[in-house]
Design a protein around this ligand. Structure first.
Ligand SMILES: Cc1cc2nc3c(=O)[nH]c(=O)nc-3n(C[C@H](O)[C@H](O)[C@H](O)COP(=O)(O)OP(=O)(O)OC[C@H]3O[C@@H](n4cnc5c(N)ncnc54)[C@H](O)[C@@H]3O)c2cc1C
Length: 373
């Protein structure tokens, strides 16, 4: 076999990871990224053991760990601060490996650095097609062909639109999410607080700063004039340290939460979708990036042994059902967390407090966290 070539559309977590994995295996790779440069969105990210194992397969796991800290003990609280559920981080780590948390900027820096020579920014792919032996992408600068095109261009993927014109568009989950990173503060634990139709979560970053996120059931597209003031007002009477975090925050990001309805296939001809382009999910299980990197590690390994069409068929068979099940689980977890009727919420919290949640969680998470390539 001569040198094989791939074009990766999108320079996010999945596109960069795909480029690094294939380049490391001798492929000639080009990443086309529409943004003028690759920057992070100013938030934290949690990576579960499966994600770290996948990054190990890509070859950057150790470097990523060097920027991360294991997550502290966590749990779910009610808005007055009482624990509904406690989660022992050490027990989870003993069973599956640690969950770590890091700043997205550090994660992206590791990937950008490893893929620097492969990436061209400022190139927006307009369409994609596939023939028997080659696939092509078209952008303002012309047409480029390769043995394989990987669509890693996120939830609103142009690759998906071109190759799966019948696919249903992303679906609004019914809630919006704010994210912020606040200056260093001393915290004793991590976790989420659940109130009617709203949640607030936080976790410590390696340098002492605290990654915070919040959700609320609101119509898609609705925006406050001042998002930070909006957030402070919404969570003003929640337990400490939530109001303290919000007093310390300088800015906040807001994104409405969408997921992708199931696709009938992740591959068509010599084109494969990975990451959010294939299976964007709500963030409730902290698995979006993890599943994306699993896709990439799996695809790269399959391409070692098979020609492109055969490897893509096996990729679809291995990844589609698995990731679509994670999308479903994440949706269910989010719906439960976003219940809004005060009566239903009181009942939910009581039931959760009475259940052996930790062992149920371990059973639920095992098929996700035990992933091996
Ligand atoms: C609020 C929130 C919290 C989250 N928390 C976590 C978490 O804790 N843990 C976790 O694992 N996951 C988390 N996720 C999910 C995770 O962020 C995503 O799954 C992951 O970033 C997807 O990466 P991606 O590379 O597939 O897509 P993206 O990050 O969307 O990257 C796509 C890239 O393609 C580029 N692009 C798009 N169109 C084109 C085009 N036509 N031509 C060229 N380039 C193009 C874009 O500019 C972008 O750089 C969270 C998501 C949200 C919304």
């Amino acid at each position: 076999m001569g040198v094989r070539s791939a074009i990766v559309v999108g320079g996010g977590i999945s596109g960069l990871a795909a480029a690094i994995a294939l380049h490391g295996r001798g492929w000639q790779v080009r990443v086309l990224e529409r943004a003028p440069r690759i920057t992070d969105v100013g938030a934290g990210i949690s990576l579960w053991a499966n994600a770290l194992r996948a990054f190990d397969r890509v070859g950057v796991g150790e470097r990523i760990r060097s920027f991360a800290v294991p997550e502290m003990n966590s749990g779910i609280r009610s808005r007055d601060g009482r624990f509904i559920v406690r989660v022992d981080a050490e027990e989870l780590a003993r069973r599956f490996g640690a969950v770590v948390i890091l700043h997205r900027a550090d994660l992206l820096d590791v990937l950008v650095e490893a893929a620097a020579d492969l990436t061209q920014c400022g190139v927006e792919v307009l369409s994609v097609s596939s023939a028997q032996d080659r696939a092509e992408v078209r952008h303002a600068g012309g047409v480029e062909a390769a043995d394989l095109v990987i669509g890693a261009d996120g939830i609103h993927s142009a690759v998906r639109r071109a190759m799966w014109p019948q696919a249903r568009p992303p679906r609004y989950a019914g809630y919006t999410a704010w994210r912020t990173v606040v200056p260093p503060m001393s915290i004793e634990d991590a976790g989420e607080t659940w109130g009617p139709g709203m949640r607030f979560g936080y976790a410590g970053l390696p340098d002492g700063r605290v990654y915070c996120y919040a959700t609320a059931n609101l119509p898609a597209g609705e925006r406050a004039g001042d998002e930070l003031a909006e957030l402070r007002a919404r969570f003003a009477d929640w337990h400490e340290p939530i109001p303290a975090f919000l007093r310390a925050a300088n800015s906040v990001l807001r994104h409405d939460i969408y997921e992708l309805p199931d696709l009938p296939s992740f591959v068509r001809g010599r084109v494969a979708l990975v990451g959010d382009a294939a299976h964007a999910m709500t963030p409730n299980l902290g698995q979006g990036a993890g599943q994306a990197v699993e896709d990439v590690a799996t695809l790269a390994a399959l391409l070692d042994d098979d020609d492109v069409p055969e490897a893509l068929a096996r990729y679809d068979a291995l990844r589609r059902r698995h990731t679509q099940a994670v999308v479903r689980r994440s949706r269910i977890a989010g719906r439960l967390g976003q219940w809004s009727s005060p009566l239903a919420v009181a009942l939910r919290d009581r039931v959760l407090a009475a259940l052996p949640i930790e062992s149920m969680m371990i059973r639920q998470l095992r098929p996700i966290l035990d992933w091996r390539c």
